[in-house]
Design a protein around this ligand. Structure first.
Ligand SMILES: Nc1ncnc2c1ncn2[C@@H]1O[C@H](COP(=O)(O)OP(=O)(O)OP(=O)(O)O)[C@@H](O)[C@H]1O
Ligand SMILES: [Mg+2]
Length: 235
């Protein structure tokens, strides 16, 4: 049973002499087969929360459990393997490698995990076709529109058949038709494979696709969740 559990997560940034509470005591669950949308104004802490959920950033306080493993207590090597094998992450700014083809960009995680080039490409091609980029395999990010780049980033997130999918504004550069297609794809993966999906969005269409919507404001959830304290009670 794969589920994401975040408990009382806190993250503060220090910039100059100031401390910004980017995430301020967030508790949230995403269950197996559930697609949760996270709304919130710019600067409300959405990206920070997603990076923490992926184990890409350590919180100052709180716990993040996936499949019963506390990501905040993993070694850095365990964290890398977890992200490579289990997490699909669509970055807000895509994070594609400049000069590398769409195919190499989509296959990157598998190459890093020891796949041969031909096996990694064979696994990536169906995902690129699924996001409508079957004719663009050899194009580099520089040769693609923002929407095409975003779809490469989505294919890359899905290529390892993730057990947890985290997507930061995955439809931000897409028109409404592509946006609906992408949300449908994410929902299919979620519901058919049971993958928990947490998606940050400003897209009003997205709420129609999500099973649940949370709103974040100034690092706090506006809609709350009863925290099951017993889960973390001392044995
Ligand atoms: N590296 C950093 N150093 C200092 N402050 C940061 C850093 N990253 C984010 N912040 C601050 O933390 C807060 C939350 O930022 P975050 O990027 O998580 O918001 P967001 O909801 O994703 O915004 P957007 O919708 O614009 O992407 C903001 O006030 C931001 O200025
Ligand atoms: Mg953001």
């Amino acid at each position: 049973m794969s589920s994401l559990r975040m408990r009382r997560v806190v993250k503060r940034y220090k910039s100059g002499g100031e401390v910004v509470s980017a995430v301020d005591g967030v508790s949230m669950d995403v269950e197996e087969g559930e697609m949760v949308a996270l709304y919130g104004p710019s600067g409300s802490g959405k990206t920070t929360l997603l990076l923490i959920a992926a184990g890409l950033m350590a919180p100052d306080e709180g716990q993040v459990l996936f499949d019963g493993v506390d990501l905040t207590r993993c070694s850095s090597r365990e964290g890398v393997i977890f992200r490579r094998r289990k997490v699909g992450f669509v970055f807000q700014s895509f994070h594609l490698t400049p000069g590398a083809s769409a195919l190499d960009n989509a296959a990157l995680k598998l190459l890093a995990d020891g796949y041969s080039l031909s096996d990694a490409h064979a696994a990536a091609i169906p995902w690129l076709e699924r996001v409508g980029l079957g004719e663009r395999l050899g194009h580099t990010p520089e040769q693609m529109s923002m929407g095409e780049r975003q779809r490469v980033a989505i294919a890359r997130a899905l290529v390892n058949d993730p057990s947890l999918l985290l997507a930061d504004e995955p439809t931000g550069s897409l028109d409404s038709l592509r946006s609906a297609q992408t949300l449908t794809l994410l929902r299919e993966i979620c519901h058919e494979k049971g993958v928990p999906v947490l998606l940050v969005t400003h897209d009003p269409q997205a709420s129609g696709f999500a099973d649940r919507v949370h709103t974040l404001r100034d690092g706090r959830l506006m809609d709350g969740l009863d925290v099951d304290l017993a889960l973390f009670a001392a044995p």
